[in-house]
Design a protein around this ligand. Structure first.
Ligand code: ATP
Length: 259
């Protein structure tokens, strides 16, 4: 067993993970997903998604590359300009960044909506409760009184006054079918996904190729920095952002290891 595996296997609370460990962020992420599964908020499939993400993060150097930081600034500008911004939460997002998503919702005045691939009433309630424990005031997704067109019944469920009516949606770690269906509804879609070739970032208006544990606090920082910016400044940030360039820069970094 390597040092890496022995740290991961022995840890019961995240405070026990040594912060100077060279793979600290990865160990923390893995631990939070395991704790999420134990708590009933993350589906077992979420562990596979995490494994895929971890491999891409390794290739990205486990850091926020400059093109991702630009995308995070553009995401903040979109969210501040939006009339009805909604941040979508699935089991992995809830396990990894519950307090950080609540802080972002607060900074840009957005709603949080639980939106699950494997939807059960118990998991939805557990996630909503977990978010409230981490500072969220109001959590949507429990009504499920509207449907996203062109998706199978279970995965199409959303709140009529939440994702269904949103103009800008942040959908981290989203499944490709749902990302495409939301795109077809004409929404401005911000996706966080470590794999630039996955379908979700490919259809996003703002693809953020970064680990969600770094991306969400960075979007919040940009949003706080831009809180007093006028509309023209925010629109200029949105218009200057080039989604193709962001996807290419991430792919180039992964393939070559160089910026
Ligand atoms: P598609 O979008 O084409 O359906 P997929 O089947 O690989 O691709 P999912 O399993 O639905 O996608 O979602 C997992 C995605 O989330 C993967 O692309 C993975 O790279 C990404 N991911 C996993 N963990 C993280 C993380 N911590 N931060 C950002 N992205 C992550």
């Amino acid at each position: 067993m390597s040092d890496y595996d022995s740290v991961s296997a022995d840890v019961e609370t995240e405070e026990e993970i040594p912060e100077d460990h060279p793979r600290y962020q990865d160990l923390l992420t893995r631990h939070r997903i395991e704790a999420g599964v134990e708590k009933g908020i993350t589906h077992l499939q979420g562990m596979h998604a995490e494994g895929r993400g971890s491999a891409f993060d390794y290739l990205l150097g486990e850091e926020t590359i400059p093109s991702a930081d630009e995308a995070e600034r553009a995401a903040a500008a979109h969210l501040l300009l939006a009339d009805r911004p909604v941040l979508s939460i699935n089991g992995n997002v809830a396990a990894l960044v519950p307090g950080e998503m609540a802080a972002l919702a607060d900074a840009v005045d957005a709603d949080l909506e639980v939106n699950l691939f494997n939807r059960t009433p118990d998991r939805i309630e557990a996630i909503a409760e977990h978010l409230r424990e981490h500072g969220a005031d109001d959590v949507k997704g429990l009504e499920a009184d509207a449907r996203i067109p062109n998706l199978d019944h279970e995965r199409s469920k959303v709140d009529a006054d939440g994702i269904y009516a949103a103009d800008v949606v942040l959908v981290p770690l989203e499944d490709g079918d749902r990302a495409e269906a939301l795109d077809e509804m004409g929404k401005t879609e911000i996706v966080i996904d470590l794999n630039p070739l996955s379908r979700s970032p490919q259809v996003a208006d703002v693809p953020i190729v970064d680990n969600i544990i770094r991306a969400v606090p960075t979007i919040t920082e940009h949003a706080r920095d831009l809180a007093d910016a006028d509309e023209a400044t925010l629109r200029a940030i949105v218009e200057d952002f080039d989604r193709e360039r962001a996807l290419e820069a991430a792919e180039e970094r992964i393939r070559s290891g160089e910026l």
